[in-house]
Design a binder for this molecule. Structure first.
Ligand code: SAM
Length: 311
């Protein structure tokens, strides 16, 4: 299948990231290199672009789009290992980081990856199946009921989490749940008919929750943002596009934390923590796509862009 993914908020990314001739830019979520292609054009032959992705299909597509060479380096890995990946890529500092989170359109479209509730596939959902790790089937078939409910409630913000967990546990007592279609059927049985009418697909929140759990997305993001800021030169930028409220909260909190000075309790007369702000937040409110972009690319509708500059 052709790898087709339209970059979201492209003009805003370029404005906030500010890639210019000679810049060293790291795209931590390379995907099909939609953003990276434009970044590579902006930094020219004197700049360096490192593109990271944990997905082989994305790296193959990106390699076809970008002209690889000394100054465009593609790295397979999880941005949770940012320090190691950047040292291996030979970088000493970075002028800008881009994180365009979540899954790409092709990952959703390649049915066999199990990300989509719309097509039947094995319950996998690992972004890098070659790295081992637990699958969505492992979560569904081996976690305790209370843990399944917690995952679905916290990461899916699903009000029917307990009922869905109970229905999953009842179903797996008959036989293991191994396909997306079986799981969708269980969720449909669990969510009351009245709640299923109108809103989004009843399985959407549960699938999101399982994907976040399987890939440890929120923990990895929080530590990677902090690692990225350590690599930035003063004036360097970090730009993050998130696609759901939990991710956006992690980004907002990390930036707020890194931009705050003294953290001493208010009743201490003199600062003893000596904390200094590390970044300046460039987007007090997140930047969101306009109606025209959403019309052309419905997957942009939940995007939120936040940016910060290293002090
Ligand atoms: C939304 S897509 C990026 C699309 C890209 N900006 C473009 O314009 O083509 C997100 C990509 O990030 C990758 N990804 C998500 N989490 C990752 C992580 N923790 N480490 C490495 N890659 C990750 C996914 O495999 C996917 O290819």
């Amino acid at each position: 299948m052709e790898y087709r993914h339209t970059p979201v908020l492209l003009a805003e990314v370029l404005k906030q990231l500010f890639p210019h001739p000679g810049s060293v830019i790291v795209d931590c979520t390379l995907g099909g290199a939609g953003h990276a292609k434009r970044i590579a054009d902006s930094i020219g032959p004197t700049g360096t672009l490192v593109g990271i992705d944990q997905d082989d299909a994305a790296l193959t597509a990106a390699a076809e789009t970008l002209r690889l060479g000394q100054h465009v380096i593609l790295v397979k890995g999880n941005f949770g290992d940012l320090d190691r990946l950047l040292i291996e890529a030979g970088l000493a500092y970075v002028d800008g980081f881009l994180f365009d989170l979540g899954v790409s359109s092709p990952q959703l479209d390649f049915a066999e990856r199990g990300f989509s509730y719309k097509t039947d596939a094995p319950l996998d959902m690992r972004m890098d199946p070659t790295a081992g790790g637990i699958t969505a089937a492992d979560v569904v078939n081996s976690y305790q009921e209370s843990d399944i409910a917690r995952v679905i409630r916290e990461y899916g913000e699903e009000r029917w989490a307990s009922r869905i967990a109970a229905f999953i546990v009842a179903a797996r007592a008959r036989r293991p749940v191994t396909s997306t279609e079986e799981l969708v059927g269980i969720i449909k049985d669990a969510v009351p008919a009245a709640a299923r009418r109108g809103g989004p697909h009843p399985a959407r929140r549960t699938f999101q929750a399982l994907r976040i759990e399987v890939n440890r997305e929120l923990e990895v993001l929080s530590s990677a943002l902090r690692a990225a800021v350590r690599w930035l030169v003063p004036g360097g930028r970090i730009v993050v596009i998130s696609y759901h409220s939990l991710e956006d909260r992690v980004v907002k909190r990390a930036f707020a934390d890194l931009s705050r000075g003294c953290k001493c309790p208010p009743d201490i007369p003199v600062c003893v923590c000596e904390t200094v702000p590390v970044v300046q937040v460039l987007t007090p409110k997140p930047i969101v796509p306009g109606a025209a972009e959403i019309g052309e690319n419905p997957r942009a509708r939940s995007a939120k862009l936040r940016a910060a500059m290293k002090l």
